[in-house]
Design a binder for this molecule. Structure first.
Ligand code: COA
Length: 376
């Protein structure tokens, strides 16, 4: 039994922000039906391709069923409407207004199924002066102030800087996930579905402490942290690599001072102490002392890391085209309803027959007819 078992999601998402949200739902047991146009989600072609398959797509779309459906074709559109009646969540991240143009806006979906939860991620939301603008991760990083905060932390005189790993897709994806889970809880109590409108820009603003520091003390989070409570923290160079540790005022700094046998730490003292030791020696001694510390690992080191492995943070996925590949595991550790994230991402239209026969009662011949007609 998994936490979201019995929940069916019609997943129209593409790129990153939407698929990361439905990936987590699928890992928690929801039946996620990824609906793609005949040309497929754009990330299927994200280079470099390995045997015609994108590492991007295989990461984000695990544990989902894959069907093709032309929503602009009246037959395809009708099939989608029928599936809405049998589903719990519709999720999309097209540019705002796209679902209305498809005749599949909130009013329609709600009328078809009053219990449906209809969640959208867009760059700037469904309302407001910028709502009709398209967006990707860098656009939201720029608009939210995040790129400015990055450069302010690293080189205040330099150009704006972008964080990596599609942070302004993932944070909106997880923001939307929280909204969907709350809406499912509300629906369980009332029977009523609802519309969820998540913007990438809002999601980034919503998690940035710097706005509070800026308005109250005219500083960023990083600026306040380095000038105030936290001392000689950060990156240090050891003999054979880098270590990161944090020394907030209080007992953690006291422990570090005891270790060094000094009453007061100076940055030079810390730099010298680290420089005379290997990364392993520094990490071992500081961890034993209670100081928050980690080696700065490259991807090979993290992949081989005993702790990440003990926490099952890398899983083997047996992909029909790629064979066995290693991907990040599921980061929520449930005591009762263990997550599962190692079913491979679907090939384009892989589950057409299964889904359309189970959900819409179509025969094999009917499914084949729809394929020939280009509806699926
Ligand atoms: C990512 C983005 C910039 C891509 O822009 P785009 O390629 O022009 O795609 P859009 O979302 O604007 O439009 C998709 C089109 O495909 C069509 N489409 C999508 N799925 C379809 C299907 N199954 N059948 C038929 N048509 C389909 C839509 O109807 C729409 O057509 P239209 O423009 O004629 O209305 C845009 O989708 C966007 O801003 N999304 C919101 C923010 C976001 O999530 N960004 C990605 C972060 S990783």
């Amino acid at each position: 039994m998994k936490a979201l078992e019995g929940i069916r999601v019609l997943d129209l998402t593409h790129a990153h922000a939407g698929p990361i949200c439905t990936l987590y739902m699928a890992a928690m047991g929801a039946e996620v039906i990824k609906i793609e146009p005949a040309w497929g989600d754009r990330t299927r072609m994200f280079p470099p391709l390995v045997k015609g398959t994108s590492p991007y797509f295989v990461f984000l779309n695990r544990c989902k069923k894959g069907v093709t459906l032309d929503l602009k074709d009246p037959r395809g559109n009708e099939m989608f409407r029928k599936m809405v009646k049998k589903s719990d969540v519709v999720m999309e991240n097209f540019s705002a207004g796209t679902m209305d143009r498809l005749g599949l806006g909130w009013e329609t979906l709600h009328e078809l199924n009053p219990g449906i939860i209809f969640a959208s991620i867009s760059g700037f939301g469904q309302t407001g002066p910028w709502s009709d603008r398209r967006s990707f991760d860098p656009i939201a990083q720029a608009a939210s102030g995040y790129m400015w905060v990055m450069k302010d932390a690293i080189d205040p005189e330099g150009p704006p800087l972008m964080a990596q790993e599609a942070i302004a897709d993932t944070i909106p994806g997880f923001t939307c996930l929280i909204g969907i889970l709350a809406a499912l809880n509300h629906r369980n109590r009332t029977g009523r579905g609802q519309r969820i409108d998540v913007a990438q820009m809002d999601s980034m603003i919503g998690v940035m402490q710097s706005f509070s520091f800026w308005n109250l003390v005219n500083n960023t989070f990083r600026g306040a942290a380095t000038s105030g409570g936290v001392r000689v923290s950060g990156l240090h160079k050891a003999e054979d690599g880098y270590v990161m540790f944090s020394l907030p005022a209080g007992r953690i700094t006291d422990w570090f001072q005891e270790l060094l046998g000094v009453e007061e730490l100076t940055p030079d003292m810390v730099t010298k102490w680290v420089a005379e030791r290997t990364v392993d020696e520094v990490v071992e001694q500081l961890a034993k002392t209670g100081v928050p510390v980690a080696p700065v690992q490259d991807l090979d080191q993290t992949l081989a890391n005993e702790h990440a492995r003990a926490r099952e943070m890398f899983v083997k996925v047996d992909h029909p085209v790629l064979g066995e590949t290693t991907l990040p595991g599921f980061a929520i550790k449930f005591s009762e309803t263990k997550g599962h994230i190692s079913t491979p991402a679907p090939l384009l239209g892989q589950h057409n027959e299964e889904v359309y026969s189970e959900l819409l009662g179509l025969s094999k011949e009917e499914v084949e007819g729809l394929r020939k007609a280009g509806v699926i």
